[in-house]
Design a protein. Structure first.
Length: 116
């Protein structure tokens, strides 16, 4: 599966952004999907995830209540709706799929910058 994230940009604190992840090469319906982010000088961290059907979602405490992950298996896409953005949300955001017993694999990221 090849993943390409898009939709990042420069916004002000309190604004919203919607990130999209387009998958190719294989269907995402077989995989748990997630979003990760990496800020300068920090390790990559988990942001949000969704089960294969999309019926269950889970979030890092830092984004809970502000971010929403969703997926459309028919369109082979995953989205991350980000509301009430904060400067600490500034990072490169990556879409990822999880292989059972192996771990997550990331695609190319998209930069999100939130100014105060």
């Amino acid at each position: 599966v090849q993943l390409q994230a898009s939709g990042g940009g420069l916004v002000q604190a309190g604004d919203s952004l919607r990130l999209s992840c387009a998958a190719s090469g294989s269907t995402i319906r077989h995989y748990v999907m997630g979003w990760f982010r990496q800020a300068p000088g920090k390790e990559r961290e988990f942001v949000a995830g969704t089960t294969r059907s999309g019926s269950t979602t889970y979030y890092a405490d830092s984004v809970k209540g502000r971010f929403t992950i969703s997926r459309d298996n028919a369109k082979n896409m995953v989205t991350l709706q980000m509301n009430s953005l904060k400067p600490e949300d500034t990072a490169v955001y990556y879409c990822a799929y999880r292989v059972f017993n192996t771990g997550y694999y990331w695609g190319k990221g998209t930069q999100v910058t939130v100014s105060s």
